[in-house]
Design a protein around this ligand. Structure first.
Ligand code: UDP
Ligand code: MG
Length: 322
């Protein structure tokens, strides 16, 4: 295969139990891609779905070699599913898009225009978010601003993974071996010319969100602990603060003794002080533990994901025939 046979544009679509929406998504993607006038491929990554997602992907891929499906051996999570897509993508330019049509595919031609004019990364920036709870919108806003304060990397505010990347950026991201993958931060870290494309986020076309609160918290923790070491300094700050407090209390106790000849009595005070310091120390240990646990996962160097099936590879003969 020569470089001319490679598609210009690769579209990566991570899917976890998206059977309800996938046919609609596929039709919309096809009509947008045909309008770009480029050669293209679509990579559907089935991230351990339990519904008919893989069957649908197979039916899209069978008649058209430009469509490829990868089935992961279990649910590895959205960020790793996208990483699998980045590893498989062959295009000179790559676009990541959710399967649920919350990110309008009709924006892709505008992204390509920006790319042609020299941008290496064009990320969709959410102007509004339809169909999401006030709680999700508020916590997401707060989180992006908090992370921006704590991290050295300028991660663009209010963005998701809907973005276009030039091949050079894709190679830079692929060269990052970390297990905790916060892709939008990793792309920001890579640098190059990055531009925002504001858009209004639609509500899900069908199906339910795969990011309940517990997963949102885990995702936020990944972002924080992989992009900032400032929480580790919390121990130092609390150390100074509590030592300062203790010094003040000593001065107070001495003054009471010398000036009014009164011994500060202190069973209650003692218990409060002991539990306070105990609490602070445990929190600091917990923070160190978070970093240690992540270092442990990195040290094991397990692969990011395991592929169970690939529509581009002939499937092995059924077991009954072996
Ligand atoms: N997704 C995935 N694996 C997961 C969770 C989600 O591949 O473990 C996919 C999902 O199918 C969708 C995208 O990631 O294409 C974003 O997920 P979702 O729409 O549920 O998140 P939300 O938009 O509600 O934050
Ligand atoms: Mg969604």
């Amino acid at each position: 295969m020569t470089v001319h046979d490679l598609p210009r544009l690769s579209l990566i679509v991570p899917c976890c139990n998206e059977a309800e929406v996938l046919s609609t998504t596929h039709a919309r993607l096809l009509s947008v891609l045909e309008s770009t006038g480029k050669t293209w491929e679509i990579l559907y990554i089935d991230d351990g779905s339990h519904d008919r997602t893989w069957v649908l992907i197979g039916s899209f891929a069978a008649p058209d070699p430009r469509i490829r499906g990868l089935r992961l051996s279990r649910n590895f999570g959205h960020q790793r599913a996208v990483s699998a897509g980045l590893d498989a993508a062959r295009g000179q330019v790559v676009v990541i898009i959710d399967a649920d049509l919350q990110d309008p595919p009709e924006l892709i031609p505008a992204m390509l225009d920006r790319w042609r004019q020299g941008a290496d990364v064009v990320y969709g920036q959410r102007r509004t978010r339809a169909g999401e709870t006030g709680f999700k919108i508020a916590t997401a806003r707060l989180f992006y601003r908090f992370l921006d304060r704590l991290s050295d990397v300028r991660i663009p505010l209010d963005t998701g993974d809907f973005r276009l990347m030039d091949r050079t950026v894709v190679e830079a991201v692929k060269a990052m071996p970390e297990r905790d993958r916060f892709l939008r931060g990793m792309v920001a870290w890579a640098g190059f010319a990055q531009e925002a494309l504001p858009y209004d986020r639609d509500s899900r076309a069908a199906g339910v969100t795969k990011y309940p609160l517990s997963r949102m918290i885990a995702f936020a923790a990944d972002a924080l602990f992989s992009f900032s070491v400032i929480p580790l300094r919390f121990a130092t700050w609390m150390g100074f603060a509590t030592s300062g407090l203790a010094a003040l209390l000593i001065v107070y106790a001495l003054a009471m003794r010398v000036v009014v000849n009164h011994w500060v009595e202190g069973w209650t005070l003692l218990i409060i002080a002991v539990s306070f310091f105990g609490g602070v120390q445990l929190i600091c240990l917990g923070i160190i533990g978070e970093y240690l646990g992540r270092t442990y996962h990195e040290a094991k160097r397990r692969p990011l994901y395991v592929v169970r099936a690939d529509t581009a590879q002939p499937s092995p003969s059924p077991r009954s025939e072996r």
